[in-house]
Design a protein around this ligand. Sequence first.
Ligand code: ATP
Length: 268
Amino acid sequence: MTETQDPRAVVALRDVAVHRRSSGQEIVLDGIDWTVGPGEHWALLGANGAGKTTLLRLVGAAMCPTLGSVEVLGDRLGRVDMRELRARVGLVSAAQKVPSDATAHTVVLTGATGTVQPLWREYGSAVRERARVLLAELGCKEFADRRFGDCSGGQRARILICRALMADPALLLLDEPFNALDLPSREDLVDALQRLAADQPALATVTVTHYVEELPPSTTHAFLLKEGRKLASGAVDGVLTADNMTLCFGRPVHVARHDGRWYARSGR
Ligand SMILES: Nc1ncnc2c1ncn2[C@@H]1O[C@H](COP(=O)(O)OP(=O)(O)OP(=O)(O)O)[C@@H](O)[C@H]1O
């Protein structure tokens, strides 16, 4: 454990910058301050190239900042074994490798070992049962024994969330989990995330998305990024306003909330 300004913080970023040396020195993130607490559910929004994935990679201990401090689950990046820290953070991303010939249940089991391929000797009866319980909780029970590769995009998204939850993380990161989902699949995933928030009250989540319509009613906070800088962050209703969204996306955006869900419409 290293010192944190808020010892309960799940994530604490102080004056963080990320620079890339591709063609010259590009500033990808700059001056980022952010604290995520237990039980908070954050939406991370911004235009293409704003830096959302880079910010998620920092919080997922996949990279270190160029400047500033990043603390995740009480450990400071740069002073901790990044592999060990990564194993304690749940991540769902399209970039993850998954053996598509394996069943949904087997894919979830690999989350217990943090491996692409199953390590069968590591999976005792309690681990197998936990995988079944998670699959049931996320509404995947009926296709637990189906090949992952034969599952629909929406089913695969929920299976990958089960996989990420196998290590019982205090922090779950979701990088565009609704990508390419049709409307019923999107709604099933929204329901699953809503139930997860109720079932695991201490779990913190960060969801990268392009569409506010995808946010579950359990979303508590939002972070708007614009060109690598924080435009606004805090309680969701104070952040997802027409003024902030208009500034964030550079064109007039109307935002409304009905029955806990958000809707956005853009004009010119
Ligand atoms: N490995 C890299 N090398 C050089 N530049 C990079 C690298 N990764 C990201 N960038 C640059 O950093 C900026 C932010 O990228 P990032 O992927 O974090 O944005 P994003 O908000 O997730 O975008 P999108 O919505 O399109 O997924 C972009 O200008 C991108 O080109």
